[in-house]
Structure formats: structure tokens, C-alpha cells
Design a protein around this ligand. Sequence first.
Ligand code: GDP
Ligand code: IMO
Ligand code: MG
Length: 420
Amino acid sequence: MATAVLGLQWGDEGKGKITHLLAKDASMVVRFNGGPNAGHTVIDRGVKFGTHLIPAGAFYPDTTSVLTSGMVIDLRILREEWDMVSEHLGWKPKLLIAENAHVIMSYHRDLEELEGSGKYFGTTRRGIAPTYRDKAAKVGIRVGDLLHPDIALQRLELRLDLLKRAWPESQEIQALSACTLLEDQLAVAEPLLSFVGDAAGAIAQAMAAEQTVMFEGAQGTLLDVDHGSYPFVTSSSTTFAGLGNSIGIPNPQVDHRLGVFKAYMTRVGAGPFPTCVSGELEERLRSIGGEFGVTTGRPRDCGWLDLVALRYAIQLNGCTELAITKLDVLSGFDEVKICRSYNLDGQSIMTFPLSAEVLERCEPEYETVPGWSEQISEIRDVSDLPEQVMALIQLIEEDVKVPIDIVSVGPEPEATMVKR
Ligand code: GDP
Ligand code: IMO
Ligand code: MG
């Protein structure tokens, strides 16, 4: 059985928590996109981790954690996480790193600063866009290259030659040496190199043998490079539509496509956000929800749940079921707002505009529903939830026409209920 856990908003929906919870029965957990721009919060045996690269399967002894070719990997960060999780568990998690995944080099991070793109787009400054750009421009370094240092050196020399010609005035770039960069990579990656191999083949085999395979999405649908609010997106395919190519399997048979969304919205970085709120309300959502980036610590912008965006995200992922997280954060609000449509230049629209400029002009049209005063974070059975919470869940289900099977009311794995 295969399950994909997919973010339906602008990231940080709680994918890490949900994947970690479901991964305990998995043979394989596969991260298929992005890099250390992701920050997934996992509470394992009472200890909180913010993981950036290592899949949630790393917390279980019989699970292989796979990093696929759709990813860009900063080997220093992966090594730190692998060491940290090993220390926590007392054993070393099993990894499989796709030989054709691309490596984030120090100059990729430098480029975001030199070009100013990090600041303009509000990126995580982890070198994500420059690494995907190098991949498409055929001047990237792949993890498998490190198994053949002579090949890696040749590729690095070519890349540095181009880079130095593009940045004659940058002392930082001019000082780069292919030999030193390679030595650094080999030193940090050394214990991980035995994990490098054919990820696509291993995933295909596991799926053919009907093992339990989980796919851990990173970022959210609205950050997808093709289908998100371009150009205020990340540089990878974040949706189920992109999963097949990222893992190297045509038409993967993933029966459960679980879309994860928060009971409200957040966004970090630049770009339009129709239901964004401000002032006291935003402060309240941010402080109760702990809405600060796991990767950068930046405060996240907050707003009401947007069903226009959610319907679009569900369609792009072909979601079969949904998980709603952070309902507990809305406790104590007299009323809760839900955006069902947008007003665009005087007309009501039900669909999510592709253009960031058009989305910027959209005004949310809200439905207001009664809130609830009770704290719900200790509730462990859906039937004990206040009727207003159940009414809200029902309203969302009827609108998006996909069942909400998982209800999360706290960051801990225990604070999760299965509704169906
Ligand atoms: P991810 O990137 O999708 O894995 O999400 P993040 O880890 O970046 O952000 C989600 C945050 O919400 C983390 O701090 C989680 O510990 C927390 N969280 C997840 N589910 C819930 C929930 O149901 N209630 C509350 N209060 N916090 C949650
Ligand atoms: P998880 O997996 C939230 C945002 C950045 C920026 C834009 C582009 O934790 O949900 P990038 O560094 O990718 O080039 O930045 O995308 N972004 C995220 N926002 N959660 C994430 O990941 C994100 N990964 C990237 O803030 O706006
Ligand atoms: Mg996150």
C-alpha cells in the first residue's frame, strides 16, 4: 500500500507530524522534492526535531528513508540530521540517496545573496533555486558524482569556470577552488556515500512487492514551481502531479493521497495571500499557533482558511482523503471565518487565479461560523469535539467534496484522531 502526504497550502501544514505518525508501519519513507528549505516538525519519543532533509522514516528501525532525484541535497545538513537522529535513537537510520539527486554547494547559497534573489523572493536562502537552475542548465553536481571524484572534479572545474566568468568582481567566487570544494564534500559525506544508489529501482521494487511505502511531500501545493503562485514559489514540483517524475516511476499506484491543511492559512516569504489578516488577530493566530519558520525562524503571515485555494490544491493532487491540523489554535475565537470565493474586480469567482498579479487583486468573500470556547487539545475521540468544530469540518467536507479522515489538535502524535 502506498500513501502520499501532500501539503495543500503554502507549506508548514503539519506534514512532518502526519508522516512521522503514519511512517511507523512503513517499509519505506520517500522524500520526493525540495531540499533543506523544508522544515518538518516531528515529536519522537517526546523529543522535538525540526528536520530539513531526512525523511520521517529515519525514526523507525525497519524503515528505509529514501531521498530521490527530485530533491536537492545539502550533504552537510543531511549529515548533521543523520548524526542527530542516530544519537537520539542509539542506532543509525537506513538511508538510500538517489545517485541522480543534485548537491547544493556553498556557491549556490552565495548566489542567492549575490543576485539578491533571496531577498526579493523571501527565500529560505538554502541555495534551492540556484541548484535546480544548475540542474536544468546541465552544470549541476550529482550525489553519484562523488563516488567518482575524478568526474566530480571535472564537473566542478567546468562549473567554477562559468561562475568566475559571470562574477569577475566577486572575491568570494574568484577564491573558490574545485579541489577544496570537493574535499569538503567528500569529508562531510563520507559515512553517507554507502547509501548512494538507485532510488527509483528500489522504490519500484518495494511497490511491486506491495510493501507499505510512504511519500513525504515538502512545501505546499501553492508553492509548486508550475502550478503555484509563480514567481512566488519554490523551485520544485510539490504536488502529486510531479511525484512520478521525481521518483522515476511512471504512473505510480498511490492509493492514498492524503492532503494536509491547517484550519487557517500561513505563508512565509513574499507573494500574494488573499485571506491574510493583520494586527491583533494575526498576532493571536501566530502566537497560539507558534507560527515561526522551522528553517529560518521568520514569523509566518497568518490568515483565515481559504477554500478557493484548498479546492485548487485538492484537484492538483487528486486527494483521496484529507487531514486537518491545528484546529486547537482556533479555540476561544467567538467566530471563525472561511473564504469560499474571491471578489475579483467586482465579480465573485470560485477558482484560484494562476497569475500572482491577479491573485493580489482578489478580495476574500467570507462565511462566518460560530467559534467554540473549549480547549480541545486533550480530546482524543472525534465524538468528544464541540459541535461547532464538527460543523466546521462538515462545512469544509461538503465544499471540497473529499473526506477529512484525520483531525489533529496538537503537535504531539497522540493529539491526532482518525475520523473514519
Ligand atoms: P510541515 O512543514 O508541514 O511539516 O509543518 P511545520 O513543522 O513547519 O509546522 C507545523 C507546526 O505546527 C509545527 O510546529 C508542529 O509541531 C505544529 N503542529 C502540527 N500539528 C498541530 C496541531 O494540530 N496543533 C498544534 N497546535 N500544532 C500543530
Ligand atoms: P515545508 O516543507 C513554508 C517558501 C519560502 C519562500 C519560497 C521560495 O516546511 O512546508 P525557496 O528557499 O524554496 O527558494 O523559497 O518558498 N518555502 C516554504 N514555506 N514551508 C516550506 O517548507 C517552504 N519551503 C520554501 O519561504 O517564500
Ligand atoms: Mg515546515
